[in-house]
Design a protein around this ligand. Structure first.
Ligand code: 5GP
Length: 225
């Protein structure tokens, strides 16, 4: 997947419009989800990333307001109290949440939003917006490979890596709650698979607005209003 492929996002000139969809990618840490989501975002300009808030410390190489909005616990609690988060959860003892405003603005404009969130957040989105939600679970090809990837990433301390390995088994038990499962053996194939899911879901009939009027116009034939 090197050359960009035309998106099936409908152009403004099209008589048929589409509701934006909420595209969730979840996986245990180290399964390759971040790489896949970055590649998807670079490849397709009709989808934007929902930037979460978190109370965890920033890692080397991360950029505030790009990877996360890094905030303190008091600010997080205030956002929860103000209903400013679409969903929120505690992961590895830290708070994470999805700011509501930007997501609602994107969806209202008919654009798609990508979420890199865990199974707890996915469950909450499914309760509030099942029709607009498409969820994909990424699995590592093996537990040995998962541990190797966590070590290669080396952004976390050894203690943190061990905690994440221990957590991975529990996280993976949620695979059956997802619409799609991709085993990330090869990143190229996985990006292509995730992109195929996105493209197909964009074409789902129930997301299209104005379709019956459009078809009636086709049936009336040329020259009729
Ligand atoms: P990390 O600290 O490695 O960036 O993320 C840890 C886990 O938190 C990942 O599984 C990630 O998908 C999840 N996560 C990140 N942001 C959010 C969020 O806004 N809500 C929820 N529920 N999970 C999140």
């Amino acid at each position: 997947m090197t050359a960009p492929i035309p998106s099936t996002a409908l152009s403004p000139a099209m008589p048929v419009r589409r509701r934006g969809l909420m595209f969730v990618l979840s996986s245990p840490s180290g399964a390759g989800k971040t790489t896949i989501s970055r590649r998807l975002l670079a490849h397709d300009t009709a989808i934007t990333l929902s930037v979460s808030v978190t109370t965890r410390p920033m890692r080397r190489g991360e950029v505030d307001s790009v990877d996360y909005h890094f905030i303190d616990q008091a600010r997080f609690a205030a956002m929860v109290a103000d209903h400013a988060l679409l969903e929120h959860a505690t992961v590895f003892g830290r708070s994470y949440g999805t700011p509501r405003g930007p997501v609602e603005a994107e969806l209202a404009a008919g654009r798609d939003v990508l979420f890199d969130i865990d199974w707890q957040g996915t469950q909450q989105l499914a309760e509030s917006a099942r029709d607009d939600l498409v969820s994909v679970f990424i699995l590592p090809p093996s537990s040995t490979e998962l541990e190797r990837r966590l070590h290669t990433r080396a952004q976390d301390s050894d203690e943190e890596i061990q905690r994440r390995m221990a957590k991975a088994a529990g996280e993976m038990s949620h695979w059956a709650e997802y619409d799609y499962v991709v085993v990330n053996q090869d990143v190229e194939h996985s990006v292509a698979a995730v992109y195929a899911i996105l493209q197909a879901e964009r074409l789902r009939r129930r997301r299209l607005i104005g379709l019956s009027e459009f078809v009636k116009g086709l049936q009336r034939g040329p020259g009729t209003p």
